[in-house]
Design a protein around this ligand. Structure first.
Ligand code: GDP
Length: 424
């Protein structure tokens, strides 16, 4: 049985917490896209962790955590993250890395920074983790697959060939130091030694596990609105954030994904540039940012203050539809307890017409939010464990959102901790 946990919005919906929670009853947790460019924050018995590359299942002894073929694998980062959690007392996790995953090269990080520098004010707000150059190279067929680390002749030939091409760009376009092929080769030898103990045909491993009736979780990074096809292009990430891509990025048949738990945030937040119709500013935004998440809405990877906004029913309904949500986990609801009234964006006004359907980016730029105001509940809801015990206005808010989404909200998260969850 395969379940996917994915985001409906701009990311930072709290997928890490939900994965960590569901990992307790799972055997295998797989990262299937992205790299170390976004982070999950997890709070559990070992402490507070910001994971970027490792799946959120690494805190349990009984789980196998897989870096799937769809991931941008930053090998030194993987090592650092494993060392980091082990140094904080977490038992060494059982990790497997797909032999078909591609390697995030040191020059991908450099190119990312150089390109942002070249674009100046028109930059994409990249996290400079090398993700866009990585996926460009993968699809341009000049990426390095993990398996190639173990084939010295191919590796040597490819390093020479790729270096030649990269150096033309470095010299003539960016005017930056060139790559030395011998140094690059020796870096790749180091990478090979680090990754060797984890390398595996993970697609086959998962296939066999499924035959034995094991439970597999696919853990998505970011959310629908950052998907390169269905998001706010071009202010998107470079790999698909959709559950459908989980089949490819983990190497499993699409029909195996039975449950798509889509995480929706009770208000909106976004990092980086891009369209965000229900965005709020000034004191109103500052207060929500300060009270939001766990200790404020600041990026887990970059520390950047997140942009804040009210719940956007148009974007979220589209978000859950494109994920193919079978159920929704509504998170960070506790944060809204300070408000007298809560605006919810229920439509976009574009050129004088109100729509409830999420449009393409060019139209999105013109969209103005249409709000419906719901009464707040003015109460602390952390600690509540039964749905019926939530204040009436709080239940009304949840039920209003559920109706807008058209998908059952089966879980309501009312605190950052592993067990702070209300099942419906
Ligand atoms: P992810 O990338 O989707 O996993 O999201 P992040 O980890 O970046 O952001 C979610 C933040 O909200 C983290 O700091 C979590 O600890 C926190 N969080 C998750 N669920 C809840 C919740 O229900 N209430 C509160 N107050 N914080 C939450």
């Amino acid at each position: 049985m395969v379940k996917a946990i994915v985001g409906a919005n701009w990311g930072d919906e709290g997928k890490g917490k939900i994965t960590d929670m569901l990992a307790e009853q799972s055997d295998i947790i797989v990262r299937f896209q992205g790299g170390s460019n976004a982070g999950h924050t997890i709070i559990n018995d070992y402490g507070k962790f910001a994971l970027h590359l490792l799946p959120s299942g690494v805190f349990y002894n009984h789980t196998t955590c897989i870096i799937g073929n769809g991931v941008a694998l930053n090998i030194p980062y993987l090592q650092k993250e494993i060392d980091d959690i082990v140094s904080k007392g977490v038992p060494k996790p059982h990790i497997l890395v797909s032999d078909r995953a591609q390697i995030l090269m040191p020059y991908h990080i450099d190119f990312d920074a150089y390109e942002e520098e070249r674009l100046g004010g028109k930059a994409f707000g990249s996290t400079k983790s090398g993700i866009a150059p990585f996926y460009s190279d993968k699809y341009a067929k000049i990426g390095f697959q993990v398996s190639e680390l173990f084939d010295e002749d191919t590796l040597t030939e490819k390093v020479a060939r790729v270096t030649e091409q990269k150096n033309i760009m470095l010299e003539h376009m960016y005017h930056k130091p060139l790559i030395n092929p011998e140094e690059l080769l020796s870096t790749l030898h180091e990478y090979r030694d680090i990754v060797e103990p984890y390398v595996c045909d993970t697609s086959l491993y998962i296939s066999n596990a499924l035959k034995e009736g094991k439970t597999v979780l696919l853990e998505g990074q970011l959310g629908t609105l950052k998907d390169p096809d269905f998001g706010i292009y071009p202010m998107v990430t470079s790999s698909s954030t959709l559950a459908a891509y989980g089949a490819i990025g983990a190497g499993i048949p699409p029909y195996e994904i039975k449950d798509i738990i889509t995480v929706v945030k009770a208000y909106s937040s976004a990092v980086g540039a891009g369209e965000f119709v229900s965005e709020i500013f000034g004191d109103e935004a500052d207060e929500l940012r300060r009270r939001g998440g766990d200790g404020g809405e600041f990026g887990a990877t970059t520390g950047r203050p997140r942009r804040m906004g009210w719940f956007d029913a148009v974007a979220s309904r589209y978000g859950v539809r494109m994920q193919g949500a079978t159920e929704v986990a509504l998170t960070v609801l506790d944060v809204l307890g300070y408000l007298d009234e809560i605006p919810v964006c229920v439509g976009y006004e574009i050129d004088g017409t109100v729509t409830k359907d999420f449009p393409v980016t060019a139209k999105l730029k013109k969209a103005k939010p249409v709000y419906e105001i719901l009464p707040g509940w003015k109460e602390e809801i952390r600690g509540i464990t039964k749905y019926e015990d939530l204040p009436e206005n709080c239940r009304n808010y949840i039920e209003f959102i559920e109706k807008e989404l058209g998908v059952p909200i089966t879980m309501v998260s009312n605190g950052p901790g592993r067990h702070e969850i209300i099942h419906r």
